[in-house]
Design a protein around this ligand. Structure first.
Ligand SMILES: NC(=O)c1ccc[n+]([C@@H]2O[C@H](COP(=O)([O-])OP(=O)(O)OC[C@H]3O[C@@H](n4cnc5c(N)ncnc54)[C@H](OP(=O)(O)O)[C@@H]3O)[C@@H](O)[C@H]2O)c1
Length: 229
């Protein structure tokens, strides 16, 4: 049986990843920062014995390390760094720099800390894959409207970090995929999104399933289309 670890599993894309992987017979380590309040996830875990709900605030590095230690004998086939915040929506002239620091902590530093802390668990897999849920908003080439300084810069930085990580991980045979999940109707994506979470997740799961190490550090949309850097 394969195992996936997912951050931010209590709502949005993380919850749908959890649902679909559990339906497919995977063991799911579903992490969220407030398990006692994660009603939808807890309900899913009641229905699916393959889901283990675990507490993790991705900005809390000691908590990441202790989760890694607690799972020290677990082979992790796929780790999905999904948790993120949009950050402050203020514009030029009124940037909230503390909110920017928090956005970088949540969207960027956490991903590398997870990779460092779970490298061994991924190395134990026949084909370990580290998945970063990024965004087309992190693309330089695609930025035709400006604004969204916090979110755009965090996803651009995440992409740069994942590219470097792919070289370190290649030495142990672990792959890296960077996804744009599409514009999805979630709390973050809002009601005007173009697709629902089930379509986005089904597409990303298929890309993960078909992944080969030669593709490592690919920046792709949920349907496998290459995205501009
Ligand atoms: N929806 C879109 O259109 C879209 C487009 C491009 C990229 N993305 C990316 O897709 C991913 C998922 O987005 P979404 O649409 O599902 O967003 P969402 O509905 O806002 O969910 C965000 C998730 O991240 C969690 N989270 C935030 N900060 C956390 C922290 N410090 N520790 C642990 N968990 C934390 C949230 O947990 P709480 O409930 O505790 O806050 C929640 O589970 C993100 O990386 C996002 O940037 C989304």
């Amino acid at each position: 049986m394969k195992t996936v670890l997912i951050t931010g599993a209590n709502r949005g894309l993380g919850l749908e990843f959890t649902r679909q992987y559990a339906d497919a017979g995977w063991q799911v380590i579903a992490c969220c920062r407030q398990p006692q309040e994660a009603q939808a996830l807890n309900q899913l875990a009641t229905d699916h014995k393959l889901i283990r709900v675990m507490s993790l605030d991705v900005t809390d590095h000691p908590q990441i390390k202790s989760l890694s230690a607690e799972l020290r004998n677990t082979v992790i086939d796929v780790l999905i760094a999904n948790a993120a915040v949009y950050g402050d929506r203020s514009s030029f002239g009124g940037i909230d720099y503390q909110a920017w620091r928090n956005t970088m902590e949540t969207n960027v530093f956490s991903a590398l800390k997870l990779a460092e802390s779970f490298a061994r668990h991924l190395a134990l897999s026949e084909q370990g894959i580290f998945v970063a849920i990024s965004s087309l908003m992190g693309s330089m080439a695609d930025n035709g409207s400006g604004g969204s300084y916090l979110y755009r810069s965090s996803k651009a930085a995440l992409n740069a970090v994942m590219k470097s990580l792919s070289y370190d991980f290649a030495r142990q045979g672990t792959g890296v995929i960077i996804f744009h999940p599409g514009w999805v109707r979630t709390d973050m994506g809002g009601p005007n999104g173009l697709i629902d979470a089930d379509e986005s997740i089904a597409g990303m799961r298929q890309c993960i399933e078909q992944f080969e190490l030669a593709q490592t550090a690919c920046f792709i949309k949920y349907d496998g289309t290459p995205m501009p850097w």
